[in-house]
Design a protein around this ligand. Structure first.
Ligand code: ADP
Length: 299
């Protein structure tokens, strides 16, 4: 199965005609509250695609915490590794969206995500050591991710680091990552190099066996320690909402790897899922179920 170690938030999205000026109160047209966070998004993406998924996280149970926990359970995600913190608020993102132009402004309050500790992760030792694939992103503290990857590596599980958002990554964590997955912006930031090819090849020297740079509608670039450098084009779709494309892609990649597929096949599974997700609005609500991918991607 797949173990995802990462963040979970409630996204609170208010749509107005435009963004308000400082000090201004604007009457909006629509409000939507939906679970998010890169960790939870990737766990949901993998679960919808049929993977057995366990989530390792820290959730404050004040305010929206119980709703977040219910949403995970509704997706069939195992939550034994989710530490519940009665004192804390869960992560919250307050998002304003301008319906004219689509611009947004976000205040993100990490809440309990910032408190995920190596001890919290070590409590999920059994799940981490029986997983086929362990996935993490950078919205929870690095020491917690390093603990998860060290435990996973001890039994030969494949570790996948999605280096998002664009932050510095300690070299020791890159050394514990079998796969490094990141978009062009993150690749440029982490490598200091502008071109995706140059960035991917430089990042390979820092520990991962395989580096994947996602290129939006252009697909992905795959570079591996065996000297392979390949561009895999994306499926052509009419994009409606690309928020969360990367999360759907990573969830699909992890699912494919857990099924024992080759790197190229697992990447295509991730791309097929992401192409469907961008053709619909929403993040988790846009993520496809396995049957929607068609016979070519039958489990
Ligand atoms: P992020 O959301 O992290 O910035 P990308 O925008 O690179 O990531 O998207 C991740 C993957 O999702 C891409 O590699 C691609 O496979 C798929 N994808 C993204 N945008 C589109 C699109 N407009 N059409 C088809 N596939 C897309």
């Amino acid at each position: 199965g797949v173990v995802v170690v990462g963040s979970i938030n409630m996204d609170m999205v208010a749509h107005g005609m435009r963004l308000p000026a400082p000090g201004e109160t604007l009457v909006g047209q629509q409000f939507v509250m939906a679970p998010g966070g890169k960790g939870a998004n990737q766990a949901v993406a993998a679960a919808r695609l049929g993977a057995q998924v366990a989530f390792v996280a820290r959730v404050g149970t004040r305010e929206h915490g119980p709703a977040l926990l219910r949403a995970l359970a509704d997706e069939g995600i195992a939550c034994e590794g989710v530490v519940r913190d009665g004192q804390a608020l869960p992560g919250i993102a307050v998002i304003m969206v301008a319906s004219e132009g689509g611009e947004n402004a976000i205040v993100y309050v990490p809440g309990s995500n910032a408190e995920l500790s190596p001890d919290d992760v070590a409590a999920s030792k059994d799940a981490l050591q029986t997983a086929a694939v362990v996935v993490a992103q950078l919205e929870v503290p690095v020491p917690a991710i390093a603990e998860a990857f060290a435990l996973a590596r001890a039994t030969g599980a494949t570790t996948v680091l999605n280096a998002a958002p664009a932050l510095k990554v300690p070299e020791a964590l890159l050394g514990l990552s079998d796969w490094l997955v990141l978009n062009e912006t993150e690749a440029a930031q982490l490598s200091g190099l502008a071109g995706a090819r140059e960035a991917a090849q430089a990042l390979l020297q820092r520990g991962p066996r395989t580096v994947v740079v996602t290129l939006g509608a252009e697909g992905v670039l795959l570079a591996d320690a065996g000297g392979r450098l390949e561009h895999l084009p994306a499926q052509a779709v009419q994009a409606v909402d690309t928020v969360g494309a990367g999360d759907t892609f990573v969830g699909g990649l992890a699912t494919g790897l857990a099924e024992g597929r080759s790197a190229a096949e697992a990447l295509r599974l991730g791309q097929a899922a992401a192409a469907i997700a961008v053709s619909r609005s929403g993040v988790q609500s846009a993520m496809p179920r396995r049957a929607e991918l068609g016979a070519a991607f039958a489990p």
